[in-house]
Design a binder for this molecule. Structure first.
Ligand SMILES: Nc1ncnc2c1ncn2[C@@H]1O[C@H](COP(=O)(O)OP(=O)(O)OP(=O)(O)O)[C@@H](O)[C@H]1O
Length: 641
């Protein structure tokens, strides 16, 4: 993990602080665990936890954090170890933020707010602020303190004042000293903790919550409580210091396939996921310390937290996770967001819970017998402590909650969220899933090529239109064939024992062949060939932002002049790249540059696959006109080669 950089008050403006990451595991709550699955994640120590590896259930993934709070950790313990240490900084004119991150239903609100019996971080932190102020005032009389609060939510990318009844969307500004300010936001002076309580409780009821499939009272907004401590010197030079503490209960990250969100919930969810995605990028940038631009401005949440996240601020992220299998991928994603380092440990996950000893022994012996020849769910066997030598591949995992689209999303998510060193590790891990996908993709590509070749054959009337077309076409085809990663080799890779696949074999990422490589057939058509030349000249003007105006009437009707099935195939191809292409592969599409490719990836993360190429118009910045230029350029470019 990135190293913490020590800060001193005298340090210059380049000071940076790593975001301190704690993980809190919620107690197991699935009372209807009929399958007897038990937890999929558990703690191994004060900083380490393990989770079953979805790619290979004989392995677990170990993650290390600054702090790991197990499921029995009390609210008091979480506060003492993760939050209390940052609070004194607020009284010295520094900023801090504490935010709870994690999937919906994993315990963020419980951690931040808690209940009357188990108060969470917010009431404890505010109480601590008042205690510190009191003791400072008692010990010296040079400084005078005033404490105040603001409370807002970010709902659908709107900043709403929770202390005001009819709040409008408020702007976020930066003053000349680079402090983030929100003109119009209510600031309420506070004299004591009970004063805080009197304002905070009714305001919390203003927060937007709703019932989703995964949480009956799910927070639909990010709630941000700001405690401001202003410290004024009573004597000359009358210095004044302002410290801000942001206490943030984030809305939960959501997979809409599981929440069943629709309509307004889906829109909320899009905004939630987008801002969390930006937050993850910000934390990533801060923790890897690459010195690049930190994308604070990409969402209201990060913009607001800009002066309290990174820089000279003290930030604590408490990642809440849930132990049940149904949360597995949410947990996995949250952990990957939270951690920049993890290890694969090649040993079984030992289940520690639930069954009375006699039943457990009987069940174990039954399972051992079953497992010998019956295809018993792999992770179940593993959880019972039995190592499995030849586990089935992830996508055929009988117990796995994974479907292939989820797998795709997961891989894409990982790609997006991980820093470079992590990516290297992931590459090692992805061999099995990627190889299989790649084989499938190449097979499909080959099929498309064969179909095109056949079509060309029909057009030219020759027995083998491809080779008759001339050297170019022939060499394109043979290049494609020789470029194919040998199926043999890949198959032998996938046939190796799982352990080696996951750890030893480097990922063999084959590029999706750019569309151009697939379109040799159309060289046969003079008309299209000529047309392509014209279009190509235009395309070469630039990737993104270039527009292709039809050169003449004839060109405006380009689509109607193409063979329908060919058109359809080309669109499918584009769709495939849109849905499974890497950044590089997306950029290989005509008129898609780096920015658009990233927007497409982001859209895919939030909304899942594109169902048709026309969905591309839903991506920010892709207008109707741009879309038609895009589709035309890609189809004609593919055919023209
Ligand atoms: N550590 C814990 N101990 C006991 N109960 C917990 C704990 N964490 C969470 N819970 C319970 O789990 C349920 C879901 O928790 P909570 O509402 O805090 O989740 P959340 O992450 O805030 O969800 P959302 O993002 O949908 O608002 C609640 O009933 C809460 O009381």
């Amino acid at each position: 993990m990135a190293q913490r950089v020590a800060m001193s008050d005298a340090a210059g403006p380049k000071r940076t602080a790593r975001v301190r990451v704690a993980v809190r595991l919620r107690p197991y709550m699935d009372k209807q665990d009929e399958k007897g699955e038990g937890p999929c994640v558990r703690g191994l120590g004060p900083q380490v936890l393990e989770i079953v590896n979805w790619r290979n259930a004989t392995e677990t993934l170990h993650y290390q954090f600054d702090v790991f709070h197990g499921d029995q950790t009390t609210q008091q313990e979480v506060f003492l170890s993760s939050v209390k240490p940052v609070i004194p900084h607020i009284l010295n004119g520094q900023n801090a933020s504490v935010f709870a991150y994690g999937p919906t239903g994993a315990g963020k609100t419980h951690t931040m707010l808690g209940s009357q019996e188990q108060p969470g971080v917010i009431p404890r932190a505010v109480r601590e602020v008042f205690q510190l102020v009191r003791s400072e005032v008692k010990d010296q009389d040079e400084w005078e303190f005033s404490v105040g609060m603001s409370y807002l939510e970010i709902y659908n990318e709107k900043v709403l004042d929770l202390l005001s009844h009819n709040s409008q969307d408020l702007p976020i500004r930066e003053d000349k000293d680079k402090n983030i300010v929100i003109p119009g936001l209510t600031h309420t002076p506070l004299s004591s903790f009970s004063d805080f309580h009197a304002h905070f409780v009714p305001a919390s009821l203003n927060r937007t919550t709703a019932s989703t499939k995964l949480n009956q009272r799910s927070s639909r907004s990010h709630a941000i409580l700001l405690i401001k401590v202003v410290k004024c010197q009573r004597v000359p030079p009358h210095r004044q210091q302002t410290g801000k503490l942001y206490l943030v209960d984030l809305a939960g990250s959501e997979d809409n396939r599981r929440t069943g969100n629709q309509g307004i919930r889906l829109k909320e969810s899009g905004a939630i996921n987008l801002s969390l995605f930006t937050l993850s990028k910000v934390v990533d940038c801060l923790n890897t310390g690459t010195g690049g631009r930190v994308p604070y401005r990409d969402s209201k949440l990060t913009r607001l937290l800009q002066d309290s996240l990174g820089g000279s601020a003290h930030s604590v992220m408490i990642t809440n996770i849930a132990p049940e299998y149904k949360y597995y991928f949410d947990t996995f994603t949250a952990l990957n967001f939270a951690a920049k380092s993890k290890q694969i440990i090649n040993k079984p996950f030992v289940r520690e819970t639930v069954m009375p000893p006699t039943n457990a022994a009987a069940k174990r012996s039954r399972e051992e017998q079953d497992a010998e020849g019956s295809g018993e769910p792999q992770n179940k066997r593993v959880k019972e402590g039995k190592k499995v030598e030849q586990p089935s591949p992830p996508h055929t995992h009988p117990h796995s909650p994974v479907d292939s689209s989820v797998l795709d999303r997961l891989l894409a998510l990982e790609k997006l969220m991980m820093g470079t060193p992590e990516r290297e590790r992931l590459k090692l891990l992805k061999t099995v899933a990627q190889s299989r996908k790649e084989i499938q993709r190449l097979k499909e590509k080959q099929k498309v090529l064969e179909e095109k070749a056949e079509m060309l054959n029909k057009i030219t009337g020759g027995p083998s239109g491809l080779n008759d077309e001339g050297d170019d076409s022939a060499s394109s085809i043979s290049l494609f064939k020789t470029d194919l990663p040998p199926f043999q080799r890949k198959q032998s890779v996938s046939a190796r024992p799982r352990k080696q696949q996951a750890i030893v074999i480097p990922l063999q990422v084959s590029q999706v062949q750019p569309l151009q490589d697939c379109a040799v057939v159309c060289k046969a058509s003079e008309t299209i060939g000529k047309k392509k030349k014209h279009i190509k000249t235009k395309i070469s003007d630039g990737k993104e932002n270039s527009s292709l105006e039809p050169a003449c009437e004839e060109e405006a009707n380009w689509e109607s002049r193409l063979d329908l099935s060919l058109l359809d195939q080309s669109k499918k191809k584009i769709l495939q790249t849109l849905n499974s292409g890497s950044l590089k592969e997306l950029k290989s599409l005509q008129l898609i540059g780096d920015k658009k490719a990233k927007l497409i990836l982001g859209w895919r993360e939030i909304n899942g696959d594109f169902t048709q190429v026309e969905d591309l118009k839903k991506v920010v910045g892709i207008t109707e006109k741009r879309f038609s230029s895009f589709i035309k350029a890609n189809i004609l470019s593919a055919m023209g080669k």
